[in-house]
Design a protein around this ligand. Sequence first.
Ligand code: DAH
Length: 351
Amino acid sequence: MSLSEIEEKLHKMESEALTSIDEAKSSEEVEALRLSLLGKKGELTNILQGLSGLDKDTRPIVGKRANEIKVKVQEALDKRKDDVFNLALEQKLAQEKIDITLPGNRLALGHAHPLSQITEEIIDIFYGMGFSVADGPEIETDYYNFDALNTPSDHAARDEQDTFYTNISPETLLRSQTSTVQIRVMEKGKPPFRIIAPGRVYRNEEVNARKYPLFHQVEGLLIDKDVTFGQLKGTLNLFIQRLFRSFGKPIQTRFRPDFFPFTEPSAELDALCPFCDGKGTNCRTCGQRGWLELLGCGMVDPAVLQAVNIDPEEYSGFAFGMGLERLAMLRYGIKDIRYFYSNHMDFLRQF
Ligand code: DAH
């Protein structure tokens, strides 16, 4: 081969190599080219190895040219490798671009059930008057639910609360009132007492808009020396004003004589119906009566104190009990007790 033929061959090889490098699309392709162009079995290596067969005038010219090509190819390979990498990166970034103007996925934040909310409020109000919260079991014996509360087994008041008895034993029942906690608290401690006890109670009632076999009560008990009915009235009046303060006007109340086995005297606390201002005309909330029954209360019967070995000559007190659902229905204007247990989001979201 003449020198010009060799030079032409080298030139062709160079331009072909540079073109194929330019066309490489990935770093793998670039590396494959590096191997085939510059590797041990590559064309350029072949030529450089064949130099010894050339005559000594041609040899340095060809050698120099081949080395130039080698360097050029190396540079082109390195540059292409960078370019391919940057190109891939740009593509990736373009694909993964985040549109920060799109609205995010909202996580709905839950909140407490209206019954829990009103329980918290009631606890808060009584905390403010120095009461603390007490608790008792929902599965009770008839001693705590009735006997110790001055309601012996032949007492007519037992029939008023249609009680669920269990098959655990003839005495075991689901408490029908939170008044049980009065006994449990007084049994364990020493007077004075000032507690409220919110909790679930059960009665065998047919379900309708106002009744449900499971509902909630808040019990209250205050035992101390020289407690008066006036203090009972003051405490409950203040409580009612605070609970219904969202009505924006004072709630007029009255204490109407009633009967409970565990209090003497006993009373029902009524509120002048805030929905019809006591007029009653066409008012469904108060059933046209003009007054709403809010809770039962009274001075603790000496027999109850005696049952827990507290001397009624030394101590006296008052007690009260209210239905939570009923208060919540009045407070929020809810017409059907079943909403509380239906888990309808449309209902719950309103609170
Ligand atoms: N436990 C009564 C009931 O469920 C409510 C009640 C009335 C509780 C008078 C009291 C009270 O503590 O003094 O109907």
